[in-house]
Design a protein around this ligand. Sequence first.
Ligand code: HEC
Ligand code: HEC
Length: 428
Amino acid sequence: MSKAVRGTLAAAILVVLAGVWWYAQPDWNNEGWTDSEINLIRSLWIANLPPLPTGTGNAVADDRQAAEFGHRLFFDKRLSANGQISCASCHRPEHFFTDGLEVAEGLGTGKRNTMSVVGAVYSPWLFWDGRKDSLWSQALSPLENPLEHGGSRMQLVHAIAQDKHYRAQYEELFGPLDDFSDPSRFPPAAGPVVNKNLNENWESMSPSDQEAVTRVFVNIGKAIAAYQRLLLPGAARFDRYVEALVVGNREPAVTLSKDERAGLKLFIGKAQCINCHNGPLLTNHEFHNTALLSSPGSLPSKGRINAVQAVLGDPFNCRGDFSDILPRECTELRFIRTGDNLVGAHKTPSLRNIAETAPYMHAGQLATLREVIDHYDRAPAAMVGHNEAKVLSLRRKEAKQLEAFLHTLSGPVAADSKWLNPPDFAGY
Ligand code: HEC
Ligand code: HEC
């Protein structure tokens, strides 16, 4: 063989070897995912979060001063009946705005697990059963709930009117406050609440005085909502992986482990989680029955079925007198879903930061992610209504992989640190 032929042959062999090597390398641009899997994975990417929803009936929703005011109200314990509870007592920033408890503890012990408020702005329905249709309307509930803040709207209005800083902030946003100083018209505490005395005080007031008080109360809710609109989830390790996958950025530091990727594959495939936990917040914002046991000593929660009437009849809903948009603009209420399959159905929660917010489910029934996965795996019969989730028959290893994937969804809250800390109350 001539030298030239030998050289050519050697070069050809090298090319073939390089080709084999190249072929054997996992292609980082798709990591073995099929096109349809990549589309599903991409749909969960946080970069797909749409602009913040409008049309919630809150004219100050995106007003910076309203957010400042709301930030203070969110952390202010003086707004509770005993001076010890604020929204942040249960929605603790360091716990991704949850409390780590099975069920909430305010003035009393509640029946429901504290939900995160991060990303709640995207939810058309608030609470586990969706009995509220906006953040501002939702915020009014805990303030008068005897187990949470335990206050009354009249007491809150006095608190705003008598604090010179709050009064100034309020008036700048909503115009001059009425004069609430006459005790014969405006008792120290009153509201349409469970407490008999406070309720009697409320009934003794004239309808127009009641309305003036309620209007200030509603504006408090609107300011708190403006603050909560700023609390959004930030990119997690999972999102950096998706970015690398779809943008083709070959950066090893953002890869997921083999188990995490296997868990992701299960999540979007065999385990069917993506049927309900989809989109960039990993929720379809819908209501489903997943056959949770009731908490000990309680009847099973009927969930969404009862909440539909509650939200339609709520004076603080989008169509009500206190909403800042026209009733015909309230599309969510117009197209509200009803029907028997809502018995025992609860809102699909976002899975962003899920590893940080144990315990889980509407009454904190499941302590760990492992218990959650085992629950879906078995898909028990529901105590009320029908379980929509199917038996999965996962192998032990698969359950672990799914759990490993859920841990990749943790990331920081994408808000200025100012909003994640108590405001400076000096001088208040
Ligand atoms: C005593 C603890 C506690 C306090 C105080 C409290 N919350 Fe909550 N929060 C909860 C619980 C529990 C739920 C779920 C209740 C349910 O579904 O019935 C919840 C639900 C919510 C939700 C619904 C989230 C979603 O995705 O549907 C928002 C928003 C919220 N709270 C904001 C607030 C605000 C604003 C305040 C203060 C005005 C506040 N909370 C005070 C415990 C508390
Ligand atoms: C049929 C719709 C549906 C499917 C399928 C589904 N989920 Fe859920 N998920 C829900 C609903 C609804 C809840 C709240 C249930 C409740 O509290 O009553 C929930 C709650 C959860 C929670 C607790 C969230 C919290 O904040 O407490 C986790 C974790 C979870 N799901 C993970 C998964 C995983 C993993 C899969 C796949 C194995 C899955 N889900 C499949 C609808 C679904």
